[in-house]
Design a protein around this ligand. Structure first.
Ligand code: FES
Ligand code: FES
Length: 191
């Protein structure tokens, strides 16, 4: 099938088997599409969170999604949250708080954190732990990750310009493009 979706703000049009796993599709897109090797595969069975992405703003595990489920969606990976030159508050806080050691879990953690903070700008530590409970880290013991997400939330509250303007815009765009091109989720069934 020819699959069309948006990835980190760019349009993607690619020929693929519809039952290919989304994690494989994203990691192997290749030029001219953006490099999304930041989407990791750990367990491949929905247990570790390493393959986390945002799909229309919702935290999803790409190892449990089929390529066809990305059709018409807005997909954001950790590298779409910010860049090296202009890191997202979450990415900066992870670096500042020593929340990155081997780094394998970090993109998925950042995505889980972004999903939390777009809905709850003042999460308690328990909220943060719950939000990352599906993301496993073998290195940090989680405390520094929770510290980083708490600090990112504080930074984003104090700097409304960092407050997901792009995310809000992309969610609106995704909503309207979904309305225009797809049956409602209710009609289509839960994906
Ligand atoms: S690789 Fe998807 S949850 Fe582990
Ligand atoms: S930093 Fe190594 S798995 Fe989390």
């Amino acid at each position: 099938m020819m699959l069309l979706f948006r990835l980190n703000g760019q349009s993607v049009e690619v020929e693929t088997a519809p039952d290919r796993r989304a994690v494989d599709l994203l990691r192997d897109l290749g030029a001219p599409h953006p490099d999304v090797k930041d989407v990791k595969e750990g367990c491949g069975t929905g247990e570790c969170g390493a393959c986390s992405v945002l799909v229309d703003g919702v935290h999803r595990l790409s190892c449990l999604m089929l390529a066809a489920q990305l059709a018409g969606r807005e997909v954001v990976t950790a590298s779409g949250l910010g860049s090296e030159a202009a890191p997202h508050a979450i990415q900066r806080a992870f670096a500042d708080h020593g929340a990155v050691q081997c780094g394998f879990c970090t993109p998925g953690m950042a995505v889980a954190a972004a999903a939390l903070l777009q809905d709850n700008m003042a999460p308690g530590r328990e909220d943060i732990r719950r939000a990352i409970s599906g993301n496993l880290c073998r290195c940090t013991g989680y405390v520094m990750i929770v510290d980083a997400i708490e600090a990112a939330a504080g930074k984003m509250r104090s700097d409304p310009s960092a407050l997901h303007e792009e995310r809000v815009a992309s969610r609106k765009a995704a909503k309207s493009s979904r309305k225009a091109t797809m049956p409602s989720r209710k009609k289509a069934g839960k994906s």
